[in-house]
Design a protein around this ligand. Structure first.
Ligand code: MSP
Length: 510
């Protein structure tokens, strides 16, 4: 059955250019969106930029620009980066757009009218990196923000507060009934812990900033001396983009899936659902959370720590598909992963140059050299039974892993079949058969070419450019998007044109 999937990335702060961390989430959502589209689902894939708040004002000032001019430049860099990486979001939202201001003000007014926003005084430890007040637990031994390694500033001011406390017990109860709403499981538990802690300390959420301190934001509709707190503004992007208040909204919102890294679990796992409850909008369907890419000294890659890699440089060097493959295969979704040139080279050489590249190269070269295909009427080779059994298992595993956001395992399940195919080549030695038994050689090479087509069909979400190139070369037609037997796969090419090397082995810089 055809269903809808609304898939979102976080909207990224424009205080820095896109780095590998941002690229990872956006690529993961793109991979997932392609998978869903291949399954025949209707996808709306959203990304964008988060442009208000102190942090942006400071970054703009450091470059001698107005916030608006500065945001235009960096937001464009994000949009262009995703395009260059071959990503296909359906919309790119900016929180400085008029369509967003209208929705933020409408939601604020709605919650205010319902009595869930009130004025109050607050003193606390504010981290400008996180753009929120931190609790003592969120500080390290030195009293610094554990994420940004900077001392928070003590800030005291009159602000408007959202009665988050009123909704916390309700949210906890709903979550306990539906644990898969936040996954992997560790993050579900973390959110429950955060809810309990917030209930214990009894604090509500400050949702405004006085204009005396900050003007770069969306004005509160009920007090023109204040702008909206950047997180309250930013989270609403998810409903703005699909037309909150129009008939388009509900069908997409019912299928809302947010992907984030664990750094922003609290705003997404606690602020956002309680905001939605207060605004009488159903809570999102699912929140999926991944870990960090760790750079030098095993610290989270980030602009502030200065250890982040530029995804465009890497894509220039390796190609879009190789970068994408590395990121999606290397990180166990949910856990942290280490990034280094060496780890990347080993992964790409092992999987793309050796396992898959060799299989493609040797099979297609022999098919051409012995001039025996692709030939749709070639009889099946005796290895076919084993290959079909492996494809049947692959389909079940692959679909299940994707549903659980285990991208790394979904990809690995395809490589189980690729390794089997390499073993078939080694065991049956087509180069020897070519001398002794040409009909069997032809049967074997045609079966293998069909099997290569089958695995490329599975690799489309993660290697979109390479798989399209080779599927076109072979003129592949398949009865199912993810075939479970070779019978479903036909190669319509009569003769192979020349093809590029599948993946050029990387050599160490030393
Ligand atoms: N603007 C907020 C999000 C608002 S969403 C309503 C924000 N922006 S951010 O630019 O800091 O982006 C954070 C997100 O970028 C993470 O949640 C993750 O998706 C991605 N990553 C940034 N650094 C990362 C790593 N080192 N590793 C993995 N993902 C990382 O927070």
């Amino acid at each position: 059955m055809r269903t809808k999937k609304f898939i979102t990335t976080p909207i990224y702060y424009v205080n820095a250019k896109p780095h590998i961390g941002h690229a990872y989430t956006t690529i993961a959502c793109d991979t997932w969106a392609r998978f869903e589209r291949l399954k025949g689902n209707d996808v709306f894939f959203l990304t964008g930029t988060d442009e208000h708040g102190d942090k942006i004002v400071k970054a703009a000032a450091a470059e001698g620009k107005t916030p608006a001019a500065y945001c235009d430049v960096i937001s464009r860099e994000f949009r262009d980066a995703w395009k260059k990486l071959g990503l296909t979001p359906d919309d790119f939202i900016r929180t400085t757009e008029e369509r967003h201001r209208v929705v933020v003000q409408a939601i604020l007014q709605k919650i205010f009218d319902a009595g869930d926003i009130y004025a109050g005084e607050y003193t606390g430890n504010y981290c400008f990196g996180c753009e929120r007040y931190l609790t003592d637990k969120e500080l390290n031994e030195k009293g610094e923000c554990a994420t940004h390694l900077k001392k928070p500033e003590v800030i005291s001011e009159k602000n408007y507060f959202f009665r988050m406390q009123k909704y916390l017990p309700q949210w906890k109860e709903a979550l306990l009934k539906n644990p898969s709403q936040i996954s992997p499981e560790g993050y579900f538990n973390e959110v429950l812990g955060t809810i309990d802690e917030l209930i214990k300390n009894g604090e509500d959420l400050s949702i405004s900033r006085p204009k005396t301190r900050l003007t770069w934001g969306i004005e509160l509709p009920f007090d023109k001396n204040y702008v909206t707190y950047v997180w309250f503004d930013a989270l609403i992007n998810y409903v703005t983009a699909i037309g909150y208040g129009t008939p388009n909204f509900e069908p997409w919102w019912a299928e809302a899936h947010h992907m984030i890294a664990k750094d922003i679990l609290k705003p997404h796992g606690v602020y956002w659902p309680t905001m939605l409850m207060a605004a009488k909008i159903p809570v999102f369907k699912r929140l999926v959370v991944h870990g960090y890419w760790l750079g030098f000294a095993n610290q989270k890659m980030s602009k502030s720590l200065g250890n982040a890699k530029d995804p465009l440089d890497l894509a220039d060097k390796l190609g879009n598909d190789a970068l994408r493959f590395f990121l999606m295969r290397e990180m166990n979704f949910g856990s942290d992963a280490r990034f280094s040139e060496e780890i990347m080279m080993n992964r790409l050489n092992a999987n793309l140059a050796n396992d898959l590249g060799n299989l493609v190269q040797r099979t297609l070269s022999m098919l051409k050299k012995y001039d025996c295909g692709p030939n749709p009427s070639a009889p099946p080779h005796s290895s076919r039974g084993a290959i079909d059994a492996a494809l049947k298992t692959l389909r079940g595993d692959y679909l299940r892993y994707f549903e659980n956001f285990e991208f790394h395992n979904a990809i690995e399940s395809v490589f189980v079949v690729i390794r089997l195919l390499n073993k078939v080549v080694d065991d049956f030695k087509p180069w020897a058969l070519a001398k002794e038994n040409m009909p069997e050689c032809a049967a074997l090479l045609n079966t293998l070419a069909q099997a290569i087509a089958a695995v490329l069909l599975y690799l489309r979400p993660v290697l979109p450019e390479k798989s399209a190139e080779f599927l076109t070369l072979l003129k592949v037609e398949s009865a199912q998007e993810f075939p479970e037997s070779l019978e479903e796969v036909t190669l319509a090419a009569q003769k192979l044109e020349t093809w590029p090397i599948f993946f050029q082995r990387l050599e160490s810089a030393e």
